[in-house]
Design a protein around this ligand. Sequence first.
Ligand code: SD4
Length: 327
Amino acid sequence: MANRRSFIKKSLLGTAILAPTISQLSCDAKQSSNVKEGFKPLVLSTWAHGMPANDKAWEVLESTGNVLDAVEQGVKVTELDLSNLSVGLQGLPDREGIATLDASIMLGDGSCGSVGFVRQVKHPISLARKVMENTPHVMLAGEGARQFAISEGFELEDEVLSPRADELFQEWKKTSMYKPIINIENHDTIGMIALGADGKMAGSCTTSGLAYKMHGRIGDSPIIGAGLFVDDEVGAATATGLGESIIRICGSFLIVELMRQGRSPQEACQEAVRRLISKNKNIDDIQAGFIAFNKEGEFGAYAVRAGFNYARHHKGSQELIDATYKL
Ligand code: SD4
């Protein structure tokens, strides 16, 4: 593998154009076993907690056929999962010890809504949906998002950390060193994308963001086009990992646009990772991963480095797949 990679690097250096060659893409694509499969309906979610979330989404999809309800109900399972330290109010807090949440939801017809830096709301994904359905806006943040939650009848939760998050925060305060640990502290956001039997698509993404982030920081997850993008004409993509690196390349939108130009989901995810690596100087500290499908139900995933996996649900079969990776 190292030899193959150094060969690719050398041959790229020998060309005037630094964009990946077709042979590089097809070479990388061979690392994945799912390139040519086509399945519809389909639900994909990031990480292992995507398995129970997909089960819920599938149940909704089967009983109602409604992809929007499916992606909302699916990730709500994760928002309530006390063992998850990167999603929901039980997630690790910011540097001030406060849990602040980001979420977005999108339909393949371009409807979308999101919330960023919101406090005390148990289900930010449902609040994002309310932004989409009940306001003329796409994104509400901070105090405005909290006020909107109250006006929509959401009950605000007490602002106390979960016992585990508090324990880890107290430990972190001893050094207050801000350096996310790859695949640990910047890990576990759920991004879900679903393709209905009728060809309608939707996606959702929800997170407590990076552990020990600066107060007020908003990541990629509520930014339409960065953490999530869905277009019925083409396909859908969602992201996980260091949000700043994903925002810099508008990752999910990029993947959908590459698929529009003819790349497979796998090739598009690989090109997004290549671009992310080239645009982020501190790449040694970064993990990021993408999942995507196209309207035929072909799917793919790719990450900067090892450790990223994703859950797929199709008909009766549910599996957890290790994503291939670049570094
Ligand atoms: C963020 N992308 O706020 C999120 C973190 C994440 O898995 O994905 N964790 O930057």
